[in-house]
Write a protein that binds this ligand. Sequence first.
Ligand code: LMR
Length: 396
Amino acid sequence: MFAHLTPLPADPILGLSALFNADENPKKVDLGVGVYKDAKGRTVILGAVQAAYEHMVANEGTKVYIAPTGWPGFTDACQNLVFGSDLKAALEGQVAAIQTPGGCGALRLGFELVAYATPEATVWVSDPTWANHVPTLKAAGLKHQVYRYYDRETAAVDVDGMMASLEAAKAGDLVLLHGCCHNPTGADLPVEGWQRVVELMLRKGLVPFVDMAYQGFASGLSADAAPVRRVFEAMPEAVLSYSCSKNFGLYRERTGALMVKGQQKDAKAALTTNLAKLARENYSMPPAHGAALVTTIMQNEALKQAWMDELEAMRVRMVGLRASFVDALRPYGLDNRFGAVASQTGMFSLLALTPDEVKRLRADRAIYFPDNGRINVAGMTDANIPYLAESIASLY
Ligand code: LMR
């Protein structure tokens, strides 16, 4: 049965961690997997999460199953974050929400719902997009096409190119959009770009699928949610995958949610029961731990404020690192070439380097990031930025 299976290459992102850990160079720098790190390079548990955890240990009292839809109150908390309470109330009856094993689980479940409901749909993904988007949609049985997105000359979004590509989509196709902090480029759609894409999707009968994995990392919690809110207000049908991995620092707890807006009279019930069925067939119910922590935080004003303060501190630190990186390249005359890093948002930027240059930095300088040139800005520190700048300059 298994004899024809052969070993596969490592995952382009996760595979880097093993290489980095095995490297004995004392100067090594990890700009690979998207995890937030503090000024000392540590990924610590957020204070609000630790406090919620202590509350949970004292009060949980049982490990009995939770429902396939998840921990009570968790999806309400996520919807309040992403929609705000007014839009959440306005969408009541139209939106189904289900807890999922992380944002990746939400993507997979969302794609499975699409494949189940409309198997002929094509998913349109940005060029480039997160390395796991296409494998996940394919695993759910869907096919994809690519739309123009990142202009490597301007290091910004090619909105006209994106519109031109999406003109080729057909009614019922899905458009995968990054809610904020585009992964891997760090280049987000400008406000007028969102407006144009919404108008195009309405005119052509396309359905948006927004991947929201970094709320709070671009411009703040509400500002980052503004485009998603416009999409869910305007579109008759829409899908959203939500991740608490980054903004709550809950990576290993696999804490996410899927929200689906429908237009039929009993949309919420129809979508919730179909999603619960797909979840049951896949993994029965999601893990409780991370969702319980998020719910505890969001239902307690003091913990919620503490979390928002910590999230804002992470965001502000990444903005500062972006500026310091470009400043450090200035003496080498490279600040223009990589200048967009300072104005892009979130955890990632795509450096204008060839795969060969990326491999040289890895082999010669022990600087680790994926071959496509994506850097995790949060992996920079005041201590390693001069080394990064000098190493990049050594390529020229
Ligand atoms: C990333 O893009 O680095 C993260 O989302 C981690 C992952 O699963 O790829």
